[in-house]
Design a protein around this ligand. Structure first.
Ligand code: OGA
Ligand code: NI
Length: 359
């Protein structure tokens, strides 16, 4: 790429950023072609089509989790298998009401579809802000921009968010949704601890669920979906992700070298092991690459809850009970501060950011 092209790209990124209206703003302006800053490299677009394979992401029914010992044993076994192989599973009968899920999706739509002038007031790239709206958090560091806009709430870190800071379009439902989804997170961390052969409260004791960051993604319809992606392939910067997706589809996970569609199931959550849980589990659980296709149809909406530790300076490394004498620890200790500083510099389009912490 020549220097002048590079300069143009930088200018185009800046011009897009300064609209503060996101990809939604571009679509509203009636454009028929995907602007150059969003064009993905051809290797990224390889096989970027829906792929209904014979493989299916495990679906786990949490019914009976609290009061039926046999069900719990079965569920722990299923979670163990899914976390060791796919790094992903879907859950139903998780106890969060359908109305809460629907209303959360509606709240996200209300935010992104409100008057652009109001939406713009939230536009920011300041990582410390509790409430911010932007398009492509890694706009200036990634190779290509993704066809999506994002509203981010840091719901607890270290103090709970002040409700008055949340946008009125989705304030009440965000508070209710956060309460429900963090409750489910607590249950999942118990099950995951048991699946690792540890005491139920082991992961909780590590404080790995003390921060909840809600990432509400809005993927506008795309005029040329074969040229760009909704989200480039990545793994998640957290311990665990609880994802709510609407019924449109487009999310894919890499399984046995194939991109497999994660079919939307009404009322289900998609759960995935994120990077720090892979580290503390000493590679027993896998944080797996996933991506989102762009689509003529839209908008598609999803809400990812990243559960994480706070304690910026507390070191995390492989849990000693999970380190065998033969292999030893695979990772060195890492603090959240170091992890996120590195993440900030590199952006999300990194093959595997765990490599940085391998011994
Ligand atoms: C993410 C993510 C998937 C989706 O936000 O990290 O992978 O379906 N989202 O939006
Ligand atoms: Ni993700």
């Amino acid at each position: 790429m020549s220097t002048s092209e590079y300069n143009n790209r930088a200018e185009e990124l800046k011009a897009f950023d300064e609209t503060k209206a996101g990809v939604k703003g571009l679509v509203d302006s009636g454009l028929e072609k995907v602007p150059r800053i969003f064009l993905s490299a051809s290797n990224e677009l390889e096989n970027s089509l829906p792929n209904p394979t014979k493989y299916k992401v495990p679906l786990i029914d949490l019914h009976g989790i609290k009061d039926d010992k046999n069900s719990r044993e079965r569920i722990v076994e299923e979670i163990k298998n899914a976390s060791e192989t796919w790094g992903f599973f879907q859950v139903v009968n998780h106890g969060v009401g359908l109305n809460v899920l629907d209303e959360m999706i509606q709240g996200v739509i209300r935010f992104h579809e409100q008057d652009a002038e109001v939406r713009k007031q939230y536009y920011s790239r300041d990582r410390m802000k509790t409430v911010k709206y932007s398009s492509n958090f890694d706009l200036y560091t990634s190779k290509t921009a993704n066809w999506r806009d994002t509203l981010t709430f840091i719901m607890a870190s270290p103090e709970p968010v002040d409700p008055q800071e949340l946008p009125p379009t989705c304030r009440d439902i965000t508070l209710e949704y956060t309460k429900e989804v963090t409750g489910l997170g607590e249950t999942l961390f118990q099950l995951l601890s048991e699946a690792l052969g540890l005491k139920s409260d082991h992961l909780k004791q590590l404080q790995c669920d003390e921060t909840c960051v809600l990432i509400s993604n809005y993927y506008p319809p795309c005029p040329e979906p074969e040229l760009t992606l909704g989200s480039s392939e990545h793994t998640d910067p957290a311990f665990l992700t609880i994802l709510l997706q609407d019924q449109i589809g487009g999310l894919q996970v890499l399984y046995q070298d194939q991109w497999v569609d994660i079919q939307p199931i009404p009322g289900a959550f998609v759960i995935n092991i994120a990077n720090i849980l892979q580290i503390v589990s000493n590679d027993r659980f896998k944080s797996v690459q996933h991506r989102v296709l762009a689509n003529h149809v839209g908008p598609r909406v999803s809400v990812a809850c990243f559960l994480n530790a706070r304690g910026d300076t507390k070191p995390f490394g492989p849990i000693k009970e999970l380190v065998s004498a033969e292999t030893g620890p695979i990772y060195r200790d890492v603090t959240m501060l170091e992890y996120f500083n590195r993440f900030e510099r590199q952006g999300q389009q990194v093959k595997s950011d765990m490599e940085n912490f391998k011994l």
